[in-house]
Every structure is written in C-alpha cells, then in structure tokens.
Ligand binder design. Structure first.
Ligand code: GKR
Ligand code: MG
Length: 429
C-alpha cells in the first residue's frame, strides 16, 4: 500500500444560498466553498471541504504543493505544513470574517481552517485505503446516528429583485408566525425535534415573541436562540429571564468572555458559544470564569476532526458541554461532522447544520436527515462520492463571477436591498 500524496486538487466553487438574515446583513445568493481532493500513489482520492474565500485559497494553494510526497496517514504533519504557509497580514488585520461571526480572526485560525479541509481529505483517503470508515480511524463510533437541530433563520422570500439567484420554496420568515411555519416545514421534511433560531436581526422583544411562539407550537422541544453577540449584558439578562423556562441554552447573547461571564453569573440559563471560545487559547479564561456551559465546536476552524475530539476532552474535564456549530456547508462537511460527532461520548445537545438550506451539493447522493438524525456511515472513508459534473458546474460559476461573490460579505449583500446599510456596532441592543 502506497499512501504517499501524488496529487492535490483544489476546486473553489460558488453554492446557492437563500436570503438568510443575521447581525451582519443577509447571505449572498451564492457563497464560496473550497473542495479539496488528495490523491495517493495507489490512485485513491480523498475529499475534504472548507471555506472558499480568497484568504483561504491563498493558504490552501501553497499548502497543497507542500503536501505532495507526504503520507495521508501523517495527520500530525499537517500542522507542520500549516506552519510553513503564510497569509498576507492585511488579510487578517482588516478581515471582518463576516463580522466575526466565528469569533476573533487570527492568522492561526485561518491556517487551522485550511488544515481541516486537508485533514478530512487525508482521513477519507486513508479510510478508503484501509477499508475503514473515518469514525473508526478516530477511535470508533459510540452512536449509530447523530442528531441535528433545525437551524431556523429570519429570511426573505427571495433575494432582491434583479439579483441573479436560485429560487427556494421556504417562503419568508420575518415574524413569529413565519418562524413557526419554517420550523413546521423543517420538522415535516427532516424530522428535527430541536430548534435553533438565528437572532440578532430584530429588536429582542420580537425575537422573544418568536421563541415563545415556537415553545407554544412545539411543546417540550429543545429551543435555542443565537443573536451572535448583538445584545448588551443588560439585554441578555432580560432575555434570559424572560425565556429561561423554555430555552435549552442561549447562544452568544453578548460578545466576549467578560460579558458572557457576567450574563452567566446573573442568570440560570446555560450559555453556549461559537464566538468567545473558538481556539484552545481562549478556553482557560472562559472556563475559569464560568462564562460558558456549552462549547460549540466547528471542525473547520478548530483545525479538524482530531482537534475537535481534543476540545471535547477538555470540555469533559471541566464539566462543560460540547456540541457543534455550523456555517454554510455542503455534504462532505456534513459527513465529516457526523463522523466526528459519532465518536464524542458525551454529546448531549443536537448539532447545528446549515445543510438543509443548501439546494445544491457536489455529491452523487445527498446525505439525508431521518427523525432529525444523520446515520453514521460504515463505508470506507467518509462514505460520500464526488459528483464531478456538479463540481464542474459550481466551479464554472466561481470562474464566471467577477469577484463580487468570491468573498462572503453579508453586509454588501444587504446593501443591495438597503443602500444605507452598515453593519451595526455591537452590542446593538
Ligand atoms: O449563517 O448567518 C449564518 C450564521 O450566523 C453563521 O454565520 C454563524 O457562524 O451559524 C453561526 C453561529 O451559530 O453563530
Ligand atoms: Mg452561534
């Protein structure tokens, strides 16, 4: 068996995305992703997926060159390779990273996001070479299916008139009734039993009303609200008091560890985060201050599936819960998320996934949710197959773009509908 990497293919693509609203603005009609393929000397191809914005491509290209000749089994070596590639400092200094929705951006974090795409591709190739599923390479699954939550968004019926976009059949959701209707569809289509509402879009009272409407329509279903740090400590405490009874947890109500610690101290509602604990370095302060009770990992920016397992072990040590954050992604990432989540022993909260919002994929067969769960594949590698024709179509879209969509920019997308829009300073309320 020859596990040496002989070729690496990087394919940036643009994927259709509905007009989902968040603190920064609205999702663009097409969002960038990067598909990574790692080929071994035996002709086995492993696939991975990560962010596709220019700053990630800038790192992924030299990374790919350096990977050639290394073994797909040398997963620790990926971090050595990461140390050898650099991103232009201006990319980090000026980066807004979609308004920091995934926490503070650093050069290291960018590198880890690139590592994750290659790590998943190497694990897929290694699994295929050995005839073993990725979860086995990670130590073995402890569950046969992974539960996901329905990720509800305030949303327009369509992208602004005149903007080239794919149509979706979800309709608008800009008030409590719209949110409940969206949740109903999620439940009907995929069987989800827990719901997360992306907040920070409307004044808190309106979002409180939406969560109350969900609680009424779906009694006993776990509910979460995530305003991405849009609220002051006072507002967060008020919302926590008003919704305390119905929330499984409140996600990033306020920005940063000190503010989260204060909210935690003044309320009994568990706080979750994918914003103030996004690196190993941020754990100590947050945990010692009791700022968060659940960390939402994301294998993309935590540096891969094995780092996610390490994060889970640290959380376990401190009695902090762990679950999974999501950003717009396709089936390769959903498969990777499912494999790693299957190996985490104490996963007590349904994971997040944007996947139902993506009408397009690069796989021959889409992954499916049944009863809100994705079955853990036992096929070799990730258990997914790349659809090269679809990949070519989505890559063509990226090639044809004049550059406007190649970097995700929710504020720019919002300005098309509202030319006066500037991303609000946080806390907004
Ligand atoms: O897709 O608009 C979005 C979300 O707001 C995403 O960018 C966040 O990173 O889902 C994320 C979150 O939980 O904060
Ligand atoms: Mg969040």
């Amino acid at each position: 068996m020859n596990l040496a990497v002989t070729d690496v293919r990087l394919t940036p693509i643009l994927v259709a995305d509905p007009p989902l609203l968040n603190t920064q603005g609205v999702h663009q009609p097409y969002t960038p992703r990067l598909i990574v393929e790692v080929v071994t000397a035996d002709g086995i191809t492993g696939v991975g997926e990560t962010y596709g914005d220019a700053k990630y491509l800038e790192l992924a290209r030299p990374f790919a060159e350096r990977l050639k000749g290394r073994q797909v089994s040398d997963l620790n070596g990926l971090f050595t390779v990461a140390d050898q590639v650099a991103v232009d400092a201006s990319r980090v200094e000026n980066a807004v990273d979609v308004g920091g929705l995934r926490g503070v951006q650093t050069a290291d974090k960018l590198r880890l996001s690139v590592v994750s795409g290659f790590e998943v591709a190497c694990l897929d190739a290694l699994g295929k070479a050995l005839g073993l599923p990725v979860h086995t390479l990670l130590g073995g699954k402890v569950r046969d299916a992974v539960e996901y939550s329905a990720y509800l968004f305030y949303k327009w019926a369509g992208h602004p008139a005149g903007v080239p976009a794919e149509k979706d059949d979800w309709g608008a959701a800009v008030d409590p009734a719209g949110v409940v209707e969206q949740a109903r569809r999620f439940k009907e289509r995929y069987g989800f039993t827990s719901f997360k509402l992306k907040g920070g879009v409307f004044p808190p009272d309106e979002e409180i009303a939406a969560v109350r409407a969900l609680a009424e329509a779906f009694p006993g279903h776990p509910l979460r609200l995530d305003p991405n740090g849009a609220w002051s400590v006072e507002t967060s405490v008020k919302v926590a008091r008003e919704l305390g009874e119905v929330l499984e947890y409140l996600e990033d109500p306020a920005l940063g560890t000190p503010a989260m610690a204060e909210v935690a101290e003044r309320t009994g509602v568990p706080l979750a985060t994918n914003m103030c604990v996004t690196t190993f370095a941020e754990i100590k302060e947050a945990f010692t201050r009791g700022a968060v009770q659940v960390v939402l990992s994301d294998h993309h920016y935590w540096g891969g599936l094995r780092n996610t397992q390490q994060l889970a072990a640290v959380c376990r040590t401190f009695g902090v819960g762990v679950s999974m954050h999501s950003n717009t992604h396709l089936g390769i990432s959903l498969a990777a998320m499912t494999h790693v989540a299957a190996t985490v022993p104490d996963l007590h909260h349904a994971c997040d996934s944007h996947y139902p919002w993506q009408s397009e994929d690069v796989l021959t067969e889409r992954l499916t949710f049944e009863g809100g769960k994705v079955a853990v594949s036992d096929a070799p590698g990730l258990g997914v197959e790349l659809d090269r024709e679809r990949l070519a179509v989505l890559h063509r879209r990226w090639l044809d773009d004049d550059g406007a969509l190649r970097d995700r920019d929710d504020a720019a997308a919002m300005r098309i509908a509202d030319p006066e829009w500037v991303t609000p300073a946080m806390p907004r309320w």
